[in-house]
Design a protein around this ligand. Structure first.
Ligand code: SF4
Length: 255
């Protein structure tokens, strides 16, 4: 499982992204998320472990020091990615941090892109939506367009979670976002889960057409997951899922 020991992690070289710096706004001692996805690389949320968000001052200090020293070393970041130990938009000063990141990026690494990976559960919050509109890569996920399956895969903390509502909320971005979907199969606690069936994929196509994202990233399990019974969907199958959308003109990446 992935572990984090501070606000900034990396940078790491990625063939696809170049030099990539990760930002974790979440506590390090426990995951904080509005989901408990069955495939989460951070593992399960630990019961009874108190967790504290880093202060805005700590975030500002760590980010400023890191951006400045990478610049001084002549290293130029290609991408700055908000992900980490849970859901980044839950951070109480999320918009302020995005504004800070834009300032630091413009000063030290003007060619880098800012990406946020979010589970899209905070789209009713105006400040979060404003912040997401400011970044280069606003990456929003839904893992199924069918409520019952989305709940089995993503295990939302809020029992009123509705994927239909999230799909409607995505209209706020006028297509200026990247949709991310994880395809997988498995049996978890007696429930058969498969978001690659004909019914699932067709419902997902309809949702994609409604949301009209500028780009779509579909992928499958790549690292260790908290449930061991999950099955990876092959790259060939992801490619097959992508075809009808590509024919409609959507930019679909299979990773
Ligand atoms: S949304 Fe992301 S961080 Fe949260 S449980 Fe799912 S995979 Fe883990």
């Amino acid at each position: 499982m992935m572990t984090f020991d501070g606000v900034v992690y990396g940078p790491v070289h990625s063939r696809r992204l170049g030099l990539s710096l990760g930002i974790n706004l979440l506590p390090t001692e426990n995951k904080v998320c509005s989901f408990e996805c069955i495939y989460c690389e951070c593992g399960f949320t630990k019961k009874g472990v108190a967790a504290k968000f880093p202060s805005l001052q700590k975030v500002e200090e760590e980010m400023t020091n890191c951006f400045r020293s990478l610049h001084a070393e002549g290293k130029h970041l290609d991408v700055i990615t908000f992900a980490g130990n849970g859901e980044p938009t839950l951070y109480p000063h999320f918009e302020e941090v995005i504004d800070l990141t834009i300032r630091l990026r413009d000063q030290f690494h003007p060619n880098s892109k800012i990406s946020v990976l979010t589970n899209a559960t905070r789209l009713a919050n105006e400040s979060v939506v404003r912040a997401l509109k400011k970044v280069d890569n606003n990456i929003l996920k839904i893992d199924s367009a069918i409520d019952s399956t989305a709940k089995l895969i993503d295990v939302p903390v809020d029992s009123h979670y509705s994927v239909e509502r999230v799909i409607e909320q995505m209209a706020q971005f006028n297509g200026e976002f990247i949709l991310q979907t994880m395809f997988l199969r498995g049996v978890v606690e007696g429930n058969k889960i498969d978001n690659t069936t004909k019914e699932e994929v067709e419902a997902w196509y309809e949702a994609v057409k409604k949301m009209s994202p500028k780009e779509i990233m579909i992928y499958s399990i790549d690292r260790e997951t908290p449930y061991k019974e999950l099955e990876k969907v092959s790259h060939e199958e992801l490619e097959r899922i992508a075809v009808p959308l590509r024919e409609l003109g959507f930019d679909v990446q299979t990773v």
